[in-house]
Design a protein around this ligand. Structure first.
Ligand SMILES: [Zn+2]
Length: 476
Protein backbone atom coordinates (compact mmCIF):
# COMPACT_ATOMS: atom_id res chain seq x y z
CA UNK A 1 0.00 0.00 0.00
CA UNK A 2 2.56 2.62 1.15
CA UNK A 3 4.59 1.66 -1.87
CA UNK A 4 1.76 2.13 -4.34
CA UNK A 5 0.90 5.56 -2.91
CA UNK A 6 4.56 6.49 -3.37
CA UNK A 7 4.41 5.21 -6.94
CA UNK A 8 1.33 7.27 -7.65
CA UNK A 9 3.13 10.42 -6.51
CA UNK A 10 6.04 9.70 -8.82
CA UNK A 11 3.60 9.13 -11.70
CA UNK A 12 1.90 12.43 -11.00
CA UNK A 13 5.22 14.28 -11.02
CA UNK A 14 6.33 12.66 -14.27
CA UNK A 15 2.99 13.56 -15.77
CA UNK A 16 3.34 17.17 -14.63
CA UNK A 17 6.68 17.25 -16.42
CA UNK A 18 5.01 15.95 -19.60
CA UNK A 19 6.85 12.64 -19.35
CA UNK A 20 3.88 10.28 -19.13
CA UNK A 21 5.03 8.32 -22.18
CA UNK A 22 8.70 8.26 -21.33
CA UNK A 23 10.67 5.06 -20.96
CA UNK A 24 11.08 5.80 -17.25
CA UNK A 25 7.34 5.97 -16.83
CA UNK A 26 6.80 2.73 -18.70
CA UNK A 27 9.51 1.00 -16.70
CA UNK A 28 7.98 2.26 -13.47
CA UNK A 29 4.63 0.80 -14.46
CA UNK A 30 5.90 -2.77 -14.32
CA UNK A 31 7.87 -2.12 -11.13
CA UNK A 32 4.93 -2.56 -8.72
CA UNK A 33 4.22 -5.96 -10.26
CA UNK A 34 7.85 -6.97 -10.02
CA UNK A 35 8.13 -5.82 -6.44
CA UNK A 36 4.85 -7.55 -5.47
CA UNK A 37 6.26 -10.73 -6.99
CA UNK A 38 9.66 -10.38 -5.33
CA UNK A 39 8.29 -9.57 -1.87
CA UNK A 40 5.85 -12.47 -1.93
CA UNK A 41 8.41 -14.93 -3.24
CA UNK A 42 10.92 -13.87 -0.58
CA UNK A 43 8.31 -14.31 2.16
CA UNK A 44 7.53 -17.83 0.92
CA UNK A 45 11.19 -18.78 0.85
CA UNK A 46 11.49 -17.76 4.46
CA UNK A 47 8.19 -18.99 5.85
CA UNK A 48 8.52 -22.56 4.53
CA UNK A 49 10.82 -23.22 7.49
CA UNK A 50 8.56 -21.65 10.11
CA UNK A 51 7.07 -23.62 12.99
CA UNK A 52 3.35 -24.14 13.30
CA UNK A 53 3.20 -21.47 16.03
CA UNK A 54 5.09 -18.98 13.91
CA UNK A 55 2.80 -19.58 10.94
CA UNK A 56 -0.27 -19.14 13.08
CA UNK A 57 1.13 -15.94 14.56
CA UNK A 58 1.73 -14.69 11.03
CA UNK A 59 -1.86 -15.51 10.06
CA UNK A 60 -3.28 -13.81 13.14
CA UNK A 61 -1.31 -10.68 12.44
CA UNK A 62 -2.36 -10.65 8.78
CA UNK A 63 -5.96 -11.28 9.81
CA UNK A 64 -5.95 -8.43 12.32
CA UNK A 65 -4.60 -6.13 9.61
CA UNK A 66 -7.24 -7.33 7.16
CA UNK A 67 -10.14 -6.91 9.60
CA UNK A 68 -9.02 -3.42 10.66
CA UNK A 69 -8.77 -2.45 7.01
CA UNK A 70 -12.11 -4.03 6.08
CA UNK A 71 -13.87 -2.31 8.97
CA UNK A 72 -12.38 1.07 8.12
CA UNK A 73 -12.54 0.97 4.31
CA UNK A 74 -15.02 -1.62 3.07
CA UNK A 75 -18.68 -0.59 3.41
CA UNK A 76 -19.97 -4.18 3.26
CA UNK A 77 -17.82 -5.28 6.19
CA UNK A 78 -18.49 -2.15 8.21
CA UNK A 79 -22.15 -3.16 7.95
CA UNK A 80 -21.44 -6.81 8.86
CA UNK A 81 -19.58 -5.76 12.01
CA UNK A 82 -22.08 -3.09 13.00
CA UNK A 83 -25.11 -5.36 12.57
CA UNK A 84 -23.54 -7.83 14.98
CA UNK A 85 -22.32 -5.23 17.45
CA UNK A 86 -18.75 -6.33 16.77
CA UNK A 87 -15.48 -4.50 16.22
CA UNK A 88 -12.31 -6.02 14.71
CA UNK A 89 -10.74 -6.38 18.18
CA UNK A 90 -13.44 -8.93 19.02
CA UNK A 91 -11.69 -11.37 16.69
CA UNK A 92 -8.61 -12.41 18.66
CA UNK A 93 -8.10 -16.00 17.55
CA UNK A 94 -8.67 -17.94 14.36
CA UNK A 95 -11.56 -19.64 16.14
CA UNK A 96 -13.19 -16.22 16.70
CA UNK A 97 -13.64 -15.98 12.94
CA UNK A 98 -16.79 -18.01 13.52
CA UNK A 99 -18.40 -14.84 14.85
CA UNK A 100 -18.40 -13.47 11.31
CA UNK A 101 -20.87 -14.76 8.73
CA UNK A 102 -20.04 -16.75 5.60
CA UNK A 103 -19.77 -14.91 2.32
CA UNK A 104 -21.62 -16.75 -0.45
CA UNK A 105 -21.31 -16.22 -4.17
CA UNK A 106 -24.70 -14.61 -4.05
CA UNK A 107 -23.59 -12.17 -1.32
CA UNK A 108 -20.59 -11.37 -3.44
CA UNK A 109 -22.67 -10.62 -6.53
CA UNK A 110 -25.24 -8.60 -4.60
CA UNK A 111 -22.62 -6.46 -2.86
CA UNK A 112 -20.02 -6.07 -5.57
CA UNK A 113 -19.62 -2.30 -5.19
CA UNK A 114 -19.72 -2.36 -1.37
CA UNK A 115 -16.96 -4.95 -1.18
CA UNK A 116 -14.46 -2.65 -2.89
CA UNK A 117 -12.00 -0.97 -0.53
CA UNK A 118 -12.59 2.78 -0.69
CA UNK A 119 -8.96 3.68 -0.02
CA UNK A 120 -7.82 2.48 -3.45
CA UNK A 121 -8.24 4.58 -6.61
CA UNK A 122 -10.68 3.30 -9.22
CA UNK A 123 -7.77 2.70 -11.61
CA UNK A 124 -6.34 0.05 -9.27
CA UNK A 125 -9.30 -2.29 -9.76
CA UNK A 126 -9.24 -5.03 -12.38
CA UNK A 127 -12.57 -6.79 -12.92
CA UNK A 128 -12.32 -10.56 -13.24
CA UNK A 129 -14.99 -13.19 -13.84
CA UNK A 130 -14.89 -16.93 -13.35
CA UNK A 131 -16.86 -20.04 -12.65
CA UNK A 132 -18.82 -20.93 -15.76
CA UNK A 133 -18.70 -24.57 -14.70
CA UNK A 134 -20.74 -24.07 -11.54
CA UNK A 135 -23.51 -22.39 -13.46
CA UNK A 136 -23.12 -19.29 -11.30
CA UNK A 137 -20.59 -16.95 -12.89
CA UNK A 138 -18.82 -14.84 -10.29
CA UNK A 139 -17.32 -11.40 -10.82
CA UNK A 140 -14.82 -9.81 -8.44
CA UNK A 141 -11.79 -7.52 -8.40
CA UNK A 142 -8.03 -7.94 -8.43
CA UNK A 143 -5.53 -5.25 -7.65
CA UNK A 144 -4.17 -4.27 -11.03
CA UNK A 145 -0.51 -5.17 -11.40
CA UNK A 146 -0.25 -6.77 -7.95
CA UNK A 147 -2.75 -9.64 -7.55
CA UNK A 148 -1.49 -11.64 -10.51
CA UNK A 149 2.13 -10.99 -9.57
CA UNK A 150 1.58 -12.29 -6.04
CA UNK A 151 -0.27 -15.31 -7.41
CA UNK A 152 2.62 -16.06 -9.72
CA UNK A 153 5.02 -15.96 -6.75
CA UNK A 154 2.95 -18.68 -5.07
CA UNK A 155 2.73 -20.75 -8.25
CA UNK A 156 6.47 -20.47 -8.83
CA UNK A 157 7.05 -21.57 -5.24
CA UNK A 158 4.84 -24.57 -5.88
CA UNK A 159 6.48 -25.51 -9.15
CA UNK A 160 9.94 -25.11 -7.57
CA UNK A 161 9.07 -28.35 -5.77
CA UNK A 162 9.26 -30.29 -9.05
CA UNK A 163 12.27 -28.37 -10.31
CA UNK A 164 10.61 -25.73 -12.46
CA UNK A 165 12.91 -22.89 -13.52
CA UNK A 166 12.18 -19.68 -15.41
CA UNK A 167 12.63 -20.29 -19.10
CA UNK A 168 11.82 -23.99 -18.94
CA UNK A 169 9.95 -25.21 -21.98
CA UNK A 170 6.32 -26.02 -21.24
CA UNK A 171 3.49 -27.46 -23.26
CA UNK A 172 0.26 -25.80 -22.12
CA UNK A 173 -3.07 -27.59 -22.49
CA UNK A 174 -5.50 -25.38 -20.66
CA UNK A 175 -8.61 -24.75 -22.66
CA UNK A 176 -7.12 -22.53 -25.33
CA UNK A 177 -8.39 -22.40 -28.87
CA UNK A 178 -5.40 -21.76 -31.09
CA UNK A 179 -4.61 -22.55 -34.70
CA UNK A 180 -7.19 -23.96 -37.06
CA UNK A 181 -8.24 -27.19 -38.64
CA UNK A 182 -7.78 -25.59 -42.06
CA UNK A 183 -3.99 -25.60 -41.98
CA UNK A 184 -3.80 -28.41 -39.42
CA UNK A 185 -1.85 -26.30 -36.93
CA UNK A 186 -3.40 -26.47 -33.48
CA UNK A 187 -0.73 -24.70 -31.45
CA UNK A 188 1.32 -21.56 -31.14
CA UNK A 189 4.41 -20.50 -29.22
CA UNK A 190 4.38 -17.80 -26.60
CA UNK A 191 6.61 -16.42 -23.84
CA UNK A 192 9.61 -15.95 -26.16
CA UNK A 193 9.08 -19.38 -27.64
CA UNK A 194 9.36 -21.19 -24.29
CA UNK A 195 5.69 -22.16 -23.98
CA UNK A 196 3.77 -24.07 -26.60
CA UNK A 197 0.03 -23.41 -26.22
CA UNK A 198 -1.95 -26.25 -27.70
CA UNK A 199 -5.61 -26.10 -28.59
CA UNK A 200 -7.74 -28.28 -26.38
CA UNK A 201 -10.72 -27.99 -28.71
CA UNK A 202 -9.12 -29.78 -31.62
CA UNK A 203 -7.85 -32.89 -29.82
CA UNK A 204 -9.39 -35.90 -31.58
CA UNK A 205 -8.29 -39.40 -32.53
CA UNK A 206 -7.39 -38.00 -35.97
CA UNK A 207 -5.33 -35.03 -34.81
CA UNK A 208 -3.63 -36.52 -31.73
CA UNK A 209 -0.73 -38.10 -33.67
CA UNK A 210 0.19 -34.61 -34.91
CA UNK A 211 -0.02 -33.23 -31.35
CA UNK A 212 2.24 -36.00 -30.06
CA UNK A 213 4.73 -35.45 -32.86
CA UNK A 214 4.79 -31.70 -32.18
CA UNK A 215 5.32 -32.22 -28.43
CA UNK A 216 8.16 -34.64 -29.08
CA UNK A 217 9.92 -32.17 -31.37
CA UNK A 218 9.37 -29.28 -28.93
CA UNK A 219 11.14 -31.23 -26.14
CA UNK A 220 9.24 -29.68 -23.18
CA UNK A 221 10.38 -30.11 -19.57
CA UNK A 222 6.82 -29.76 -18.28
CA UNK A 223 3.26 -30.18 -19.44
CA UNK A 224 0.79 -27.80 -17.79
CA UNK A 225 -2.70 -29.09 -18.20
CA UNK A 226 -6.25 -29.38 -17.02
CA UNK A 227 -6.40 -33.00 -15.85
CA UNK A 228 -9.23 -33.73 -18.29
CA UNK A 229 -7.11 -32.51 -21.23
CA UNK A 230 -3.99 -34.44 -20.22
CA UNK A 231 -6.18 -37.53 -19.87
CA UNK A 232 -7.28 -37.35 -23.52
CA UNK A 233 -3.65 -37.32 -24.58
CA UNK A 234 -2.66 -40.02 -22.08
CA UNK A 235 -5.49 -42.35 -22.98
CA UNK A 236 -4.51 -42.15 -26.66
CA UNK A 237 -0.86 -42.82 -25.81
CA UNK A 238 -1.68 -45.85 -23.67
CA UNK A 239 -4.16 -47.26 -26.20
CA UNK A 240 -1.70 -46.90 -29.09
CA UNK A 241 1.40 -47.80 -27.08
CA UNK A 242 3.03 -44.46 -27.74
CA UNK A 243 6.32 -44.03 -25.86
CA UNK A 244 6.41 -41.29 -23.18
CA UNK A 245 8.22 -37.99 -23.82
CA UNK A 246 11.73 -38.46 -22.41
CA UNK A 247 12.26 -34.74 -21.70
CA UNK A 248 9.14 -34.28 -19.56
CA UNK A 249 9.87 -34.08 -15.83
CA UNK A 250 6.35 -33.58 -14.53
CA UNK A 251 2.74 -33.00 -15.50
CA UNK A 252 1.47 -29.86 -13.75
CA UNK A 253 -2.25 -30.24 -13.13
CA UNK A 254 -4.56 -27.53 -11.85
CA UNK A 255 -7.93 -25.80 -12.15
CA UNK A 256 -9.90 -29.03 -12.04
CA UNK A 257 -10.13 -31.80 -9.51
CA UNK A 258 -7.58 -34.54 -10.23
CA UNK A 259 -9.28 -37.89 -9.68
CA UNK A 260 -7.16 -40.86 -8.55
CA UNK A 261 -7.87 -42.78 -11.76
CA UNK A 262 -6.69 -39.79 -13.78
CA UNK A 263 -3.45 -39.63 -11.81
CA UNK A 264 -2.71 -43.29 -12.42
CA UNK A 265 -3.53 -43.03 -16.13
CA UNK A 266 -1.26 -39.98 -16.47
CA UNK A 267 1.56 -41.76 -14.63
CA UNK A 268 1.15 -44.78 -16.85
CA UNK A 269 1.30 -42.75 -20.07
CA UNK A 270 3.93 -40.14 -19.19
CA UNK A 271 6.06 -42.15 -16.74
CA UNK A 272 6.78 -39.07 -14.62
CA UNK A 273 5.53 -37.17 -11.60
CA UNK A 274 1.99 -35.85 -11.73
CA UNK A 275 1.93 -32.69 -9.66
CA UNK A 276 -1.36 -31.14 -8.72
CA UNK A 277 -2.59 -28.11 -6.82
CA UNK A 278 -5.90 -26.75 -5.69
CA UNK A 279 -6.99 -23.14 -5.70
CA UNK A 280 -9.55 -20.71 -7.02
CA UNK A 281 -9.49 -17.51 -9.06
CA UNK A 282 -11.04 -15.62 -6.15
CA UNK A 283 -7.64 -16.14 -4.49
CA UNK A 284 -8.93 -17.34 -1.15
CA UNK A 285 -7.16 -20.69 -0.99
CA UNK A 286 -4.09 -22.25 -2.57
CA UNK A 287 -2.70 -25.67 -1.73
CA UNK A 288 -0.29 -27.92 -3.55
CA UNK A 289 1.50 -31.23 -3.38
CA UNK A 290 5.11 -31.31 -2.21
CA UNK A 291 8.27 -33.18 -3.18
CA UNK A 292 7.29 -36.13 -1.01
CA UNK A 293 3.54 -36.43 -0.86
CA UNK A 294 0.35 -36.03 -2.86
CA UNK A 295 -1.48 -34.34 -0.01
CA UNK A 296 -2.33 -30.72 -0.66
CA UNK A 297 -0.28 -28.38 1.54
CA UNK A 298 -2.32 -25.26 2.28
CA UNK A 299 -0.29 -22.05 2.01
CA UNK A 300 -1.04 -20.29 5.33
CA UNK A 301 0.28 -17.01 3.89
CA UNK A 302 -2.32 -17.08 1.14
CA UNK A 303 -5.50 -17.54 3.12
CA UNK A 304 -7.08 -18.92 6.27
CA UNK A 305 -8.88 -22.16 5.47
CA UNK A 306 -11.71 -23.69 7.49
CA UNK A 307 -13.52 -26.92 6.59
CA UNK A 308 -17.17 -26.54 7.47
CA UNK A 309 -19.41 -29.50 8.18
CA UNK A 310 -23.09 -29.75 7.44
CA UNK A 311 -23.95 -28.21 10.83
CA UNK A 312 -22.18 -25.04 9.74
CA UNK A 313 -19.34 -25.59 12.25
CA UNK A 314 -15.67 -26.34 11.53
CA UNK A 315 -14.80 -30.05 11.34
CA UNK A 316 -11.60 -31.33 12.92
CA UNK A 317 -9.13 -34.17 12.77
CA UNK A 318 -7.65 -36.24 9.93
CA UNK A 319 -10.26 -37.68 7.58
CA UNK A 320 -12.93 -35.13 8.47
CA UNK A 321 -14.78 -33.77 5.47
CA UNK A 322 -16.31 -30.38 4.92
CA UNK A 323 -16.80 -27.47 2.60
CA UNK A 324 -13.75 -25.26 2.10
CA UNK A 325 -14.44 -21.82 3.54
CA UNK A 326 -11.53 -19.45 3.13
CA UNK A 327 -10.43 -15.95 4.05
CA UNK A 328 -8.05 -14.35 1.60
CA UNK A 329 -4.93 -12.73 3.03
CA UNK A 330 -3.89 -11.78 -0.49
CA UNK A 331 -6.24 -9.20 -1.87
CA UNK A 332 -7.08 -6.29 0.49
CA UNK A 333 -8.50 -4.27 -2.40
CA UNK A 334 -11.53 -6.63 -2.40
CA UNK A 335 -11.57 -8.55 0.88
CA UNK A 336 -13.23 -11.96 0.92
CA UNK A 337 -13.76 -13.16 4.47
CA UNK A 338 -15.10 -16.66 5.16
CA UNK A 339 -15.84 -17.14 1.49
CA UNK A 340 -17.79 -20.29 0.66
CA UNK A 341 -15.93 -21.98 -2.17
CA UNK A 342 -18.53 -24.76 -2.69
CA UNK A 343 -15.61 -27.22 -2.79
CA UNK A 344 -15.59 -30.22 -0.51
CA UNK A 345 -12.28 -31.48 0.90
CA UNK A 346 -10.90 -33.94 3.46
CA UNK A 347 -8.42 -32.98 6.19
CA UNK A 348 -5.04 -34.70 6.06
CA UNK A 349 -2.83 -36.03 8.79
CA UNK A 350 0.13 -33.72 9.32
CA UNK A 351 2.80 -32.69 9.53
CA UNK A 352 4.25 -33.93 6.25
CA UNK A 353 7.67 -35.57 6.07
CA UNK A 354 8.90 -32.69 3.88
CA UNK A 355 9.13 -30.57 7.04
CA UNK A 356 6.63 -27.88 6.10
CA UNK A 357 4.26 -27.25 8.99
CA UNK A 358 1.38 -26.39 6.69
CA UNK A 359 -2.14 -27.71 7.25
CA UNK A 360 -2.86 -30.59 4.88
CA UNK A 361 -5.80 -31.64 2.77
CA UNK A 362 -5.76 -35.35 2.07
CA UNK A 363 -7.88 -34.81 -1.00
CA UNK A 364 -10.27 -32.44 -2.65
CA UNK A 365 -13.48 -34.27 -3.44
CA UNK A 366 -14.58 -31.65 -5.90
CA UNK A 367 -17.24 -29.04 -6.17
CA UNK A 368 -20.59 -29.62 -4.54
CA UNK A 369 -22.06 -29.99 -8.00
CA UNK A 370 -19.62 -32.80 -8.79
CA UNK A 371 -21.48 -35.26 -6.61
CA UNK A 372 -24.16 -37.72 -7.55
CA UNK A 373 -27.13 -37.66 -5.17
CA UNK A 374 -28.56 -41.05 -4.26
CA UNK A 375 -32.16 -42.01 -3.46
CA UNK A 376 -31.42 -41.71 0.24
CA UNK A 377 -29.83 -38.32 -0.48
CA UNK A 378 -26.26 -39.29 0.13
CA UNK A 379 -23.62 -37.54 -1.96
CA UNK A 380 -21.29 -39.79 -3.90
CA UNK A 381 -18.12 -38.15 -5.10
CA UNK A 382 -17.00 -38.68 -8.67
CA UNK A 383 -13.72 -39.81 -7.08
CA UNK A 384 -15.48 -43.08 -6.32
CA UNK A 385 -15.96 -43.88 -9.98
CA UNK A 386 -12.77 -45.28 -11.49
CA UNK A 387 -12.82 -44.70 -15.22
CA UNK A 388 -9.30 -46.01 -15.64
CA UNK A 389 -10.26 -49.57 -14.81
CA UNK A 390 -10.87 -52.09 -17.60
CA UNK A 391 -14.60 -51.46 -17.19
CA UNK A 392 -14.29 -48.52 -19.55
CA UNK A 393 -11.86 -50.15 -22.01
CA UNK A 394 -14.24 -49.89 -24.94
CA UNK A 395 -15.55 -46.46 -24.07
CA UNK A 396 -14.13 -43.46 -25.92
CA UNK A 397 -15.92 -40.85 -23.80
CA UNK A 398 -18.61 -40.73 -21.20
CA UNK A 399 -20.56 -38.29 -19.09
CA UNK A 400 -23.03 -38.65 -16.24
CA UNK A 401 -26.10 -36.49 -16.19
CA UNK A 402 -28.41 -36.11 -13.21
CA UNK A 403 -31.63 -34.21 -12.87
CA UNK A 404 -33.49 -36.44 -10.40
CA UNK A 405 -32.34 -37.79 -7.05
CA UNK A 406 -31.28 -41.42 -7.25
CA UNK A 407 -31.21 -41.48 -11.05
CA UNK A 408 -28.41 -40.84 -13.48
CA UNK A 409 -28.06 -40.99 -17.21
CA UNK A 410 -24.69 -42.22 -18.46
CA UNK A 411 -23.86 -40.96 -21.94
CA UNK A 412 -21.32 -43.09 -23.73
CA UNK A 413 -19.35 -42.65 -26.93
CA UNK A 414 -18.46 -46.20 -27.96
CA UNK A 415 -15.17 -47.43 -29.36
CA UNK A 416 -15.40 -49.85 -32.34
CA UNK A 417 -14.98 -52.94 -30.11
CA UNK A 418 -17.89 -52.06 -27.79
CA UNK A 419 -20.52 -54.80 -27.26
CA UNK A 420 -23.51 -55.55 -24.99
CA UNK A 421 -21.09 -57.21 -22.61
CA UNK A 422 -19.46 -53.83 -21.95
CA UNK A 423 -22.87 -52.39 -21.08
CA UNK A 424 -23.54 -55.23 -18.63
CA UNK A 425 -20.08 -54.88 -17.09
CA UNK A 426 -20.42 -51.11 -16.64
CA UNK A 427 -23.89 -51.40 -15.09
CA UNK A 428 -22.74 -54.14 -12.73
CA UNK A 429 -19.72 -52.13 -11.54
CA UNK A 430 -21.73 -48.94 -11.06
CA UNK A 431 -24.37 -50.88 -9.15
CA UNK A 432 -21.59 -51.91 -6.75
CA UNK A 433 -20.25 -48.35 -6.41
CA UNK A 434 -23.66 -46.86 -5.84
CA UNK A 435 -24.75 -49.71 -3.55
CA UNK A 436 -28.02 -49.95 -5.42
CA UNK A 437 -28.96 -46.47 -4.34
CA UNK A 438 -28.81 -44.96 -7.84
CA UNK A 439 -30.57 -46.15 -11.00
CA UNK A 440 -28.32 -45.90 -14.05
CA UNK A 441 -29.59 -45.58 -17.63
CA UNK A 442 -27.09 -45.76 -20.48
CA UNK A 443 -27.49 -43.79 -23.67
CA UNK A 444 -25.12 -44.01 -26.63
CA UNK A 445 -24.21 -40.71 -28.23
CA UNK A 446 -21.95 -39.70 -31.11
CA UNK A 447 -20.08 -36.99 -29.27
CA UNK A 448 -19.84 -35.31 -25.88
CA UNK A 449 -19.30 -31.59 -26.17
CA UNK A 450 -16.77 -29.80 -24.01
CA UNK A 451 -17.63 -26.72 -22.00
CA UNK A 452 -17.16 -23.25 -23.39
CA UNK A 453 -13.71 -23.11 -21.80
CA UNK A 454 -12.74 -26.39 -23.40
CA UNK A 455 -13.08 -28.43 -20.23
CA UNK A 456 -14.44 -31.92 -20.27
CA UNK A 457 -17.10 -32.49 -17.64
CA UNK A 458 -17.70 -35.97 -16.25
CA UNK A 459 -20.92 -35.02 -14.53
CA UNK A 460 -23.56 -32.50 -15.45
CA UNK A 461 -25.42 -31.95 -12.20
CA UNK A 462 -28.84 -30.47 -12.84
CA UNK A 463 -30.22 -30.85 -9.32
CA UNK A 464 -30.67 -27.70 -7.27
CA UNK A 465 -27.90 -28.71 -4.86
CA UNK A 466 -28.06 -27.06 -1.51
CA UNK A 467 -25.40 -27.90 1.02
CA UNK A 468 -27.91 -27.59 3.83
CA UNK A 469 -30.16 -30.36 2.59
CA UNK A 470 -27.53 -32.83 1.48
CA UNK A 471 -25.03 -34.69 3.55
CA UNK A 472 -21.43 -35.00 2.53
CA UNK A 473 -20.47 -38.59 2.41
CA UNK A 474 -17.56 -40.09 0.63
CA UNK A 475 -17.57 -43.52 -0.89
CA UNK A 476 -14.08 -43.87 -2.23
ZN1 LIG B 1 5.10 -32.23 2.24
Amino acid sequence: MAMSIGMRMIFRRLKALGLENSVTMRALRVLPAYSAYRETYALLQESRGWSRERLEAYQLQALARLLDHAYANVPYYRRVFDERGLVPEDIQTLRDLERLPFLTREDLQNNLADLKATNYPETAFEYVTTGGSTGIPVGFYYEKGASRAREWAFMKTQWDRVGYRFGDKCVVLRGYIVGSAKDEVYWKKTLFGRWLLMSSHHMTEETLPAYIDRIRRFRPRFIQSYPSMAVILARYMVDHEVAPFPTVKAILCGSENLYPWQRSLLEEAFKCRVFSWYGNSEQTVLAGECEESTHYHIFPEYGIVELIGRDGRPVEGPGAMGEVVATSLMNPIFPLIRYRTMDVAVLGNGPCSCGRQYPLLEKVEGRLHEFIVTKSRRLISMTAVNMHSDVFDNVAQFQFYQKKEGEVLLRIVRKPGYTDRDTEYILRELEKKFEGDVDVTIRFVGKIPRTRRGKYQFLIQDLPLDERTYRYESHG
